[in-house]
Design a protein around this ligand. Structure first.
Ligand code: PLP
Length: 346
């Protein structure tokens, strides 16, 4: 049987149709800004989010780190939730690349309120690093796929504008938020100064993220990308996968959300689960009770060809994606059910 890989939505492989689009790409040297397919992708993504310009990069870590570098100077500060990818999972890059400090907000499932953001903005006092940037994550990975709605984003944007502070979006899974909420990405452009989106998560492209912003911001970001070694010459083959992903793989994210809901339902009935974070998109985070140690649970699933990973003590994360078929889902549901203590019927 095929392995069902629920570790992350990064594990997807290009579909045959995506590979065809990649083979057919027109390419040029993108460091000279002459790759027509990259140029098309950058314009397409920027237009989608109501932004002026875009920059194609190898990873979401790079788009986030470029944005932070472009918005800050050393000895200034970034505000984000304590669970944020930019702080937890980018190798200390904020300190290394930007020399900036970070004010951590203890939000709810990765989401900060406008009041929390405002309370963390530093007063003008020589002891404090000046606050330059607020960063949101949508959806929130560690929050179990929770998401900000447009009114919530608008309120935080209002705080930032009042204080003259930039607002960045780590939108690695922003399409999951948009599909779940039914909201229009155009409006994002009015609230954020920069947006990072990933093509290699649930959208199924093999590589690639985009940074979006004003023309001036992207010009500055292009210089930073060069310094980081992120200029990718005939990258149009990769950008073609991204264009295909934006055209074909956004609406189907609803199927991943539906599958995550089915996993949630079975886990909520399981006698080895303490709680499941209510599922909102394609991420299912749950806590095991003392019937299983997390490593033993992961091993039990691995024996049934299901790959998962632990996500903190007794915590497990499942992520649904393009490469989890209906048949695989049924197998996982059946295995999860079978791990319950046998019910004795009389
Ligand atoms: C995956 C991810 C990124 C970027 O990761 P890369 O592997 O560098 O592309 C950024 N933010 C969040 C929330 C993510 O989940």
């Amino acid at each position: 049987m095929n392995i069902t890989d629920l570790r992350s939505d990064t594990v997807t492989k290009p579909t045959p149709a995506m590979l065809q689009a990649m083979f057919a790409a027109q390419v040029g040297d993108d460091v000279y800004e002459e790759d027509p397919t990259i140029n098309t992708l950058e314009r397409k993504a920027a237009a989608l989010f109501g932004m002026e310009a875009g920059l194609f990069c190898p990873s979401g870590t790079m788009t986030n780190q470029i944005a932070i570098k472009a918005h800050t100077e050393p000895m200034t500060e970034v505000i984000c939730d304590i669970t944020a990818h930019i702080y937890q999972y980018e190798g200390g890059g904020i300190m290394f690349n930007s020399g900036a400090s970070v004010a951590l907000v203890h939000g709810e499932r990765g989401k900060m309120t406008p009041e929390q953001v405002e309370a963390h903005i530093r007063p003008d006092n020589i002891h404090y690093p000046p606050t330059r940037l607020v960063a949101l994550e949508n959806t929130c990975n560690k929050g179990g796929g929770s998401y900000y709605t447009l009114p919530e984003i608008a309120a935080i944007s209002g705080v930032c504008k009042r204080h003259g502070i930039a607002l960045h979006l780590d939108g690695a899974r922003v399409f999951n938020a948009l599909v779940a909420s039914g909201e229009n990405p155009q409006e994002y452009g009015t609230y954020f100064d920069s947006i990072s989106i990933c093509l290699s998560k649930g959208l199924g492209a093999p590589v690639g993220s985009l940074l979006l912003g004003t023309k001036e911001f992207i010009k500055k970001s292009r210089r930073i990308r060069k310094v980081l070694g992120g200029g990718i010459r005939q990258g149009g083959y990769l950008a073609a996968a991204g264009i295909y992903a934006l055209d074909q793989h956004v609406e189907r994210l609803a199927e991943d959300h539906q599958k995550a809901k089915q996993l949630e339902a079975v886990l909520n009935e399981a006698d080895y689960v303490e709680y499941v974070l209510p599922v909102q998109t394609n991420i299912v985070i749950f806590k095991l009770n003392d019937r299983y140690k997390d490593v033993d649970f992961v091993a039990a699933l691995a024996e049934q060809q299901i790959h998962t990973s632990s996500f903190g003590p007794q915590m497990i994360r499942f992520v649904t994606h393009l490469d989890v078929s209906e048949e695989m889902l049924q197998h996982v549901l059946q295995v999860l059910h079978s791990l319950n203590k046998k019910q004795v019927t009389v």
